[in-house]
Design a protein around this ligand. Sequence first.
Ligand SMILES: *Cc1c(COP(=O)(O)O)cnc(C)c1O
Length: 436
Amino acid sequence: MITALEQYDPQIYELIRQEKARQSGSIRLIPSENYVSRAVMEASGSCLTNKYSEGYPGRRYYEGQQVTDLIEKMAQQRAKKLFKADHANVQPYSGSVANWAAYLALAKQGDTIMGLSLPHGGHLTHGWKVSVTSKIFKSVQYTVRPDTGRLDYNQIEELAKKHKPKIIISGATAYPREIDFEIFGRIAKDVGAYHLSDIAHIAGLVVAGIHKSPVPYSDIVSTTTHKTLRGPRGGMLLCKAEHAENVDKAVFPGLQGGPHMHTLTAVAVALAEADTPEFIAYAKQIVKNAKALAEKLLEYGFNLSSGGTDNHLILIDLRNKKVPGKKLSKALDRARIVTNYNTTPLDPAHPANPTGLRIGTPAITTRGMKEEHAEQIASLINKVVENVNNESAIEEVGKEVLLLSSQFPVPEHFIIPNKNNPGTPHTSDTLTPWLF
Ligand SMILES: *Cc1c(COP(=O)(O)O)cnc(C)c1O
């Protein structure tokens, strides 16, 4: 049967087909990427894309919210339960907007924020110089220790005492070790700062209890929904009751207009999926795979930032291999291994021509790969590094990748069993009869 898209717009149809083929015929090691389930995909491609719902459940600016109110309340309840938070806002369009909303809720223009420097693993929105966050706020940046590649809580405490920031941000986009949110919380309290933790990358590991949750130690927790959490692309904020009103006001009307209801609906589904034993097993396997991959890379003589990993990602320092990060990531891409080049804390001076490579295991884990496959991938990476100027060798690796990935079809249609299927809506929340 010919689909509507195929009929109406064969060019875009064909491009989507090609992207599908690329996603299934390559190994995705970008640590912020994943594959969503069939249920999440279905919800995000649903008729909820047609609905405007500015405001919050029960307080909207448009009529016709009989269903959207129920969906958003469900998403909020699931988020609160999963993260054991007082309050959840599920409307942010992305992790960046979620961070902005947190800043807006806690600080004013000109206040000081303090976050991890980007070349050391922090996110743009944590006050990096090219981000507008560094223009609206005074930005103080902490770093990791170059010798250990780890956060230096003494340095963070000293900087906090010296600069008295309004907000201290914990969390990272390229940091392979567990972050001690409790210490961050204490430092913030000591200097009278708010503590915002950004768990965009590790939300899935937090849900599974692999990394300690920052919720008890933070004023606000910000996250994306699409990285290890494995939902649609979006953002989310969790916070203490005292900040609930400010957080909601910051998201809408402070920063956003109508929430993307199709995404929010898919977030609700992803949150239900994350509340299952299958999800916990997946999250544990992510870390096992990352450790296996790291160990094998060490055996091949790679230098890893901090010497290994506690989470889903690995930062390779390529200087001893004499291959620039950009050149290697392009060669790997030709070999169907998709990564991104990155600065490393050991060489933060070259963001334009970085000497590092960032890889991670969420996507391959969703595809069902285990430690032995992670080890195989390490050997494939090594082959490309050793043959970075040899196109036929790179092509050979590409063939091996195709073979490996064909054993693990893209789980576009995977279904997370739902033993506690909530079934019909709560009686207090039932729909008005005319809808049936
Ligand atoms: C990915 C990421 C974000 C931003 O998320 P977007 O959805 O891309 O805007 C924010 N913070 C951290 C730590 C991230 O890793």
